[in-house]
Design a protein around this ligand. Sequence first.
Ligand code: CP3
Length: 343
Amino acid sequence: MTSRERFLAACAGQKLERPPLWVMRQAGRYLPEYRALKAKSSFLEMVRTPTLAMEVTLQPLRRFALDAAILFSDILVIPEALGQGYHFRDEGGIGMEYRLETRAQVDALAPAHAVPDKLRYVADTLALLKQELKGSRALLGFGGSPWTLATYMVEGGSSEEFERIKMLFYTEPAIFNALLEKLTASLVEYFKMQIAAGADAIQIFDSWGGIIAGPDYEAASLRWIRQVVAAMPKDFPIILYAKGTAPHLQDQAFTGARVLSVDWTSDLAAVRRSLPANVAVQGNLDPVLLNTTPEIVTHQTKRLLESMRGLHGHIFNLGHGITPRAKIECMQALVDTVVNWKE
Ligand code: CP3
């Protein structure tokens, strides 16, 4: 069985000898070869140059027996394609070119149908990867949720309190909805392009889904995600990762997403048992564990695998992205433990 077949079988909830494995942000700063490439080209250059983006995507696969490759890119290419660029602040975090505050600014964004052309380099990268992988590993595309993208656009970058996006949501619903409609339509175009270019599955990152009040999660975020999923080809696997939204997992299970990626705060086996059988789960070790020791990682990985024994439809992953402080030997311990596991 190839890694790609194992991955797609887990998405479909089939019984497997061991779960497929990949790690959010598996290409990134904890890898010396990534840091070496970044010393020569900026992050944005790497994202926009298909041969470089392919190289970064493949780096973790050369080192580790991972079952999926995830496109090297960023969720913020969508605001950029719509006319609001981004950069990395010297003090850390994201800065957007300007803060989006008015109806006129929403109306001035590029139309959704312009997105595939502006992000042609993403399709080119996926096509190169498809050719290179030859079906050996699953190829994952991704994008941000409309809500998570809107937080960066309205806050003007990374945020601590998210006051501006919440103010817009509560006081200017017409502007909020116009922005979210634009983002939803853009993501539909973008994901269709990724699928046409060869993506086997797509992960939607609702990284800031957990910052809105529980009773408002539907109107702020989930309804737009549901619209994106509904516009995808029937049965195409969508993975939904929404950090800090454990109270909404049941609702997320009825969006049409095939896999729910669960953060580290939940007991994954309990989540698995509580969800409908046609929805798979992904997760959910605490990423900080990979900054500890191989012994601790091995122990915690076995503990999670043991808790999932006999339960189908599991893709092994962290509960959020690996950190730049992660140790290579800890990542190796995680991979060895999962790959050698027997149900
Ligand atoms: O998983 C992967 O390996 C694919 C690559 C990937 C990146 N960003 C590369 C990246 C993915 C899936 C993303 C998604 C992304 N980008 C999200 C959602 C995922 C999540 O973690 O919740 C968000 C919120 C962003 C926006 C973003 N891009 C942030 C907040 C940052 C960190 C800024 C900082 O202070 O360092 C980035 C930069 C980024 N994106 C890096 C990588 C490898 C680090 C860039 C570097 O090399 O310095």
